[in-house]
Design a protein around this ligand. Structure first.
Ligand SMILES: Nc1nc2c(ncn2[C@@H]2O[C@H](COP(=O)(O)OP(=O)(O)OP(=O)(O)O)[C@@H](O)[C@H]2O)c(=O)[nH]1
Length: 772
């Protein structure tokens, strides 16, 4: 029987005798390790003060139940933008489908920048919203959901875009290629999802490709990403013949037909040749779920048959509980399997009320437990500005409202600066288009025009002191000098200021010795894009120097200082004495911060108004290490004591005293030079395996994994970025242009002693004679 999408709900629930296809002893095999796979230890939480505490009303529940905020993330070229384009089309948000690098040269909706359309890559994340009539196959009913969607770039150079999107989303679609499977950037995205506790469904895209093998990919999700996962569908037809999926939960065959696959046909009849596979994969699904979901585990243990509803509920519970990822299949380009996956978003991913979001109450002492925010419309407003963009009408600030209602013309307080701001214009984003709105409720994503702030700032209505932790910002790995061709115009610094404000991984500084402007970022492409944007958007052609690896320096042991800065050269003198120590500091996994200052000065030996000058001096000293002239990281300064003079002490004197103290004892802290180490992943035909491995070895790479499948292999290695220059040419040459590689920052590591010596010598040569 073939049914069109207007359902005749014929589904019976307890339809399949479990004994036929389920042969497991689930609970005995339920391990604590798998159950806890994604779940971090809960942090202590305290209740918000009563004047800002609210309960969810029935109306809140009604609205939030049908609201989803999701991101689409994956390795480069997995089809995120192509998939999002389908989502927008099927939800009626756009009338036509345009392909990435399509023949019509229009480009996908979410790649709105000219550069994105030309290069066929996503550079900036784009937000949009859509309504979806989700089908509950179990009940045979439909329900309208409001979905906010953020499409993120796949290229590692733009990783901050993924980071900030995941920070504010409630769920994600992890897209994987049906042939390439889990790739280097998939693991990065996975790490980011874990960092922000984002539940995800997996979507194996490109099922139409020759060599598509979803079962290998499901295994990779389990083994490489270490998430219990199971397919909730099996494909109908393979490669060219791929035309639909069998839903294993509700036991239906789902086909796409009609123009652009917009007609979804649901049938109770499972193709006969697929029955056996469907039954075995449904068993596998239940087996996996029984390991992570107690309720389903109990049913199976009691030798009962789980109903379709039992299975669907277990998928939802364990996905939201970060214990499981249901796997969907499809081909975005062939318009197949997208709608069932969208139903999965609604049925299995959480609504904003189902995720616990916390904030610090800054009126409490440091280290106090955080407050849980409630997405009630009448609660005091708390929102996070997660992304900034310079638009035609001033700064456009993307905001996620966590509790309360954000209204146009409302007075907001910036929790970081304490400043009051008014919201002149409030909009909902549809890629680069805007739609004006009067107010935005909790759990929603919107944008404000004309509100000055930094990325990661928390806004409140002033009635609470809540502040949300900011996002993780990785260290830049590459830098280059830049200057405008011809005379410097205000546009040069205007552009650099704007890019720096919008993108926390893009840094600009002036080298005080060479007087050059240096830009640093996450990779050559990252910097190239900004140089190109300066030309296009600011009419400023630039000359750039050779890309340099962003080396760092760090200290390896504690060193004490007692330092007096004294100057008496007629007029007012300068006097400041500082006593304390510097010590190595670990990176904070939440913020990525690894430098810190602490004052424990007692009894006013240094008046409190001079302490900020000491802190300033410390951060200034960190800008340039004396080994190689690179910034110093991984260092804390603790100021213990000191002395001042009633007349001769000043902020300047304390700042200079701290810089002097730091430079004097820096060598005592056994400093070393660090270099960025990259995760490199190479994919090439098998016949070139030895050349590729040999090439990585000559670049001092450590091979960490290699996998051969059909006629292709993947090699993963850790290689110092400094040894990677020119690799794309080498790879092209050694694989007849058939090899591809991607590279992603892993961490900074000390360089080898001989490299350190070379770098120190090189740096010494650049110094004026007096400083050598
Ligand atoms: N065969 C096949 N190709 C696809 C499918 N989906 C996308 N593609 C192609 O894969 C390429 C990359 O697609 P995109 O949608 O740009 O991928 P992306 O993940 O958004 O790329 P970035 O944002 O640059 O990381 C394009 O050439 C698409 O046409 C699919 O289902 N099957």
């Amino acid at each position: 029987m073939i049914l069109s999408r207007s359902w005749a709900p014929t589904c019976s629930t307890r339809s399949f005798p479990v004994s036929n296809w389920l042969k497991i002893s689930p609970c005995s095999r339920r391990t604590a390790a798998t159950a806890a796979a994604l779940k971090p230890a809960p942090e202590p939480v305290y209740e918000a003060p009563s004047h800002v505490r609210r309960k969810l009303t029935e109306q809140d529940h009604k609205r939030l139940t049908f609201q989803r905020n999701i991101g689409v993330s994956a390795h480069i070229d997995s089809g995120k933008t192509t998939l999002t384009e389908r989502i927008l089309y099927y939800t009626g948000r756009i009338r036509e489908i345009h392909e990435v690098r399509g023949r019509d040269s229009v480009g996908a909706k979410m790649d709105s920048m000219d550069l994105e359309r030309e290069k066929g890559i996503t550079i900036q994340s784009a937000a949009t919203f859509a309504d979806w009539e989700a089908t509950d196959l179990g009940k045979g009913t439909k329900q309208k959901y409001a979905i906010n969607i953020i499409d993120t770039p796949g290229h590692v150079d733009f990783t901050i875009e993924v980071e900030r999107a995941l920070r504010v989303l409630d769920g994600a679609i992890l897209v994987l290629c049906a042939v390439a499977g889990v790739q280097s950037q998939t693991t990065t995205v996975d790490r980011q999802m874990r960092r922000y506790n984002v539940p995800r469904i997996s979507f194996i895209n490109k099922m139409d490709r020759p060599g598509a093998n979803p079962w290998r990919i499901v295994n990779q999700i389990r083994s490489k990403l270490r998430i219990p996962a199971a397919a909730v569908q099996i494909p109908i037809g393979v490669e060219d013949e791929f035309k639909g999926v069998v839903d294993l939960v509700h036991w239906k065959a789902i086909y796409n037909q009609g123009v652009k696959g917009n007609e979804v046909i649901v049938s109770d009849e499972i193709p006969k040749d697929l029955l056996e596979l469907a039954q075995s994969k449904r068993s596998e699904l239940i087996e996996q779920l029984a390991e992570v979901d107690e309720t389903l585990g109990e049913i199976v243990l009691m030798d009962e048959t789980p109903t379709n509803v039992d299975i669907a509920d277990a998928i939802r519970r364990s996905t939201i509980g970060l214990k499981f990822s249901p796997v969907f299949l499809g081909s975005a380009i062939k318009n197949t399997g997208v709608q069932p996956m969208l139903d999965g978003v609604c049925n299995y991913l959480p609504n904003p009320a189902e995720r616990e979001v916390q904030a610090h109450d800054t009126s409490q002492p440091a280290g106090a437990p955080q407050v849980v925010l409630t997405p009630a419309a009448d609660a005091p407003l708390v929102g996070l500005a997660f992304k900034l963009e310079e638009g035609r009408f001033g700064q456009l600030t993307y905001m996620r409202v966590y509790q309360g209602t954000l209204k146009k013309a409302m007075q907001l307080y910036n929790a970081r600066t304490g400043k009051k701001v008014k919201v002149p214009r409030l909009v909902r984003m549809h890629s680069n288009e805007t739609e004006d709105v009067e107010s935005i409720g909790p759990g929603e994503i919107c944008a404000m025009f004309g509100v000055e702030c930094s990325s990661g700032d928390t806004f409140t209505d002033g009635s609470s002191n809540f502040s949300m932790t900011s996002m993780f910002v990785p260290e830049p790995v590459i830098s280059l000098s830049i200057k405008p061709k011809g005379l410097e115009t205000p546009n040069f610094s205007r552009a650099l200021n704007r890019f720096q404000k919008e993108d926390p991984t893009f840094k600009v500084h002036i080298d005080h010795e060479s007087k050059e402007t240096i830009i640093s970022g996450m990779g050559e492409l990252h910097l190239e894009i900004y140089v190109e944007r300066m030309r296009r958007e600011y009419n400023t052609d630039c000359i750039t120097g050779k890309p340099q690896v962003a080396f760092r320096e760090t200290i390896t042991q504690r060193a004490e200082f007692t330092y007096t800065h004294k100057k008496q050269t007629g007029g007012a003198g300068q006097y400041a004495k500082v006593i304390g120590y510097i010590e190595p500091m670990e990176v904070d996994p939440e913020t990525g911060k690894d430098v810190g200052f602490e004052s424990v000065v007692m009894g006013g030996n240094i008046p409190s108004n001079y302490i900020p000058a000491v802190e300033k001096g410390f951060y200034e000293a960190l800008e340039k290490g004396t080994l190689s002239g690179n910034p110093i990281t991984g260092c804390r300064l603790v100021l213990k004591d000191g002395a001042f003079h009633a007349v001769d002490s000043s902020e300047l004197a304390f700042r200079l005293a701290t810089i002097g103290a730091f430079r004097e004892i820096y060598r005592n802290s056994k400093p070393v030079i660090l270099e960025p180490i990259m995760n490199v992943e190479v994919v090439a035909p098998c016949e070139f395996q030895s050349q590729v491995i040999g090439g990585l070895n000559t670049r001092r790479g450590t091979i960490v994994d290699s996998e051969v499948r059909d006629d292709e292999f993947t090699a993963s290695a850790e290689v110092a970025l400094n040894d990677m220059f020119g690799y794309s040419n080498q790879l092209r040459g050694s694989t007849q242009g058939k090899g591809e590689f991607s590279m992603e920052y892993k961490h900074h590591m000390p360089v080898l002693p001989n490299v350190q010596k070379e770098l120190e010598e090189e740096y010494r040569k650049t110094l004026p004679a007096a400083k050598k």
